[in-house]
Design a protein around this ligand. Structure first.
Ligand SMILES: *[C@@H]1O[C@H](CO)[C@@H](O)[C@H](O)[C@H]1NC(C)=O
Ligand SMILES: *[C@@H]1O[C@H](CO)[C@@H](O)[C@H](O)[C@H]1NC(C)=O
Ligand SMILES: *[C@@H]1O[C@H](CO)[C@@H](O)[C@H](O)[C@H]1NC(C)=O
Length: 315
């Protein structure tokens, strides 16, 4: 057989194989996770859509990693089967032949979920996989603490900025009068660093040992407990600023110290502290923060006022 002939034969075989797969009953298996990024403690819904052709559904199985935790088989009684693991809480009343609702999602569940659809009698099976991300986002805005309310040129500005611990960690940074601050003046807050590290490593441990410890529910629970204890709200993450002030910092006549914290695309907040000099009082204890709308209103008011004065005098 010459090579052109064998190529043709190969192509024919592939087309034939595809045709068989297509005929045997199953198409478009697709898992959807809502939301794909879920906050710790909230719920997630897994929807598995599929198209049956000619053959009836035999079973629909949901997995976290390798572990099946939910099965729907229309020919069995009961039709739904929930595998009782401590690391996952399925809401039976809101789970069906195509979806599963998971309550109180914890970090341990972060990872790949799949649904596997099987038809009968050919036992054609198709799987779809999606990953779930679990985050913990702090409420509120970053908090700035300045050693003093006023600073003179030549003095050292010392201030901290913190927010409650989050996962993933936040990126926190200061600006002074909208200028970036050199990293050499900034450190991570020390007080919480050790606690922070220990809580991080305990959760890393969780994810590493997940597969193994799934077999051992008691141990698993212990690990989750451990994390819950260390993730409480009193743990902070933050930065510490210590920067000598120079005359150019006073160009605009005041010091606006702003701290901004960002966590991926899910959290972006800032707070601002206005510091004075001995000559100028600080704007009294005013802490501004991310709500920019009033500033816009002020700006619009000023423009309108300006325009009306202009109109008044041009008459
Ligand atoms: C899970 O536990 C519930 C009650 O706690 C029980 O009715 C159900 O049969 C158990 N499921 C499995 C698969 O063991
Ligand atoms: C999840 O699945 C993707 C591919 O779909 C794979 O690259 C990744 O390693 C998987 N993650 C885990 C934790 O198994
Ligand atoms: C900033 O945090 C450090 C470490 O916790 C603390 O020693 C210092 O007093 C704090 N500074 C201010 C201005 O709150």
């Amino acid at each position: 057989m010459d090579s052109a002939m064998s190529k043709l034969l190969l192509i024919y075989c592939i087309i034939f194989a595809l045709a068989i797969i297509d005929v045997k009953g199953l198409k478009n298996v697709k898992l959807e996770v809502t939301p794909e990024v879920v906050e710790q403690g909230q719920e997630a819904i897994l929807r598995c859509s599929y198209e049956l052709e000619d053959e009836p559904l035999y079973s629909l199985k949901f997995y976290r990693g390798e572990h099946e935790f939910y099965r729907y088989s229309p020919n069995e009684r009961p039709q739904t089967k929930i595998f009782n693991f401590t690391w996952i809480e399925v809401d039976a009343s809101r789970s069906s032949e195509s979806q599963v609702t998971i309550r109180k999602v914890d970090f341990i569940l972060k990872g790949n979920f799949s649904c596997e659809v099987t038809t009968n009698p050919s036992y054609t099976t198709m799987t779809s996989t999606k990953s779930l991300t679990v985050v913990s986002v702090p409420r509120g805005k970053p908090v700035i603490a300045s050693e003093r309310k006023r600073y003179e040129p030549g003095e050292t500005l010392r201030a901290n900025c913190s927010i409650p611990l989050s996962r993933p960690a936040a990126r926190i940074f200061f600006t002074l009068n909208d200028d970036a601050i050199n990293n050499i003046y900034v450190q991570n807050l020390k007080s919480n660093q050790q606690k922070l590290q220990s809580s991080r490593s305990s959760t890393d441990l969780n994810s590493i040992t997940l597969t193994r410890s799934l077999m051992n529910d008691g141990q698993q629970q212990q690990q989750q407990q451990q994390y819950r204890q260390t993730s409480s709200e009193d743990l902070l993450q933050g930065i510490e600023l210590s920067m000598p002030l120079q005359t150019f910092h006073y160009r605009s006549g005041q010091l606006n110290l702003r701290c901004r914290a960002k966590i991926a695309d899910i959290y972006d907040e800032w707070s601002e502290l206005q510091l004075g000099t001995r000559l100028r009082e600080p704007v009294p204890e005013r802490v501004r923060s991310s709500r920019a709308s009033s500033q816009y209103h002020n700006a619009i008011c000023s423009i309108l006022l300006g325009l009306s004065i202009l109109l008044f005098y041009s008459r």
